[in-house]
Ligand binder design. Structure first.
Ligand SMILES: [Zn+2]
Length: 81
């Protein structure tokens, strides 16, 4: 099946919004495919979930022939019960 970048972008945006709305998630981090492309590695990191520096996924310039496989994951602060 062809890689539909618009569809993937909509899906990633939805995931990011869900993380932003989650009261338990303080940060969002970028999960890399294995092995990550050099480009993916460059934007890897953890960002405050309201940061405007969160990279847009999928990266338009990702050289992965299967398309950019990076995902957003919630980062949950484990502070007590
Ligand atoms: Zn990527």
């Amino acid at each position: 099946m062809a890689y539909d970048i618009e569809k993937v972008r909509a899906q990633r945006q939805q995931e990011l919004n869900q993380i932003r709305q989650s009261p338990r998630a303080s940060h969002v981090y970028i999960v890399m495919p294995d092995p990550p492309t050099p480009l993916c590695r460059k934007i890897q990191g953890t960002f405050p979930k309201d940061s405007d520096r969160i990279p847009e996924l999928p990266h338009p310039a990702c050289p992965n022939p299967r398309g950019c496989l990076c995902r957003y994951e919630p980062f949950v602060d484990e502070v007590g019960p």
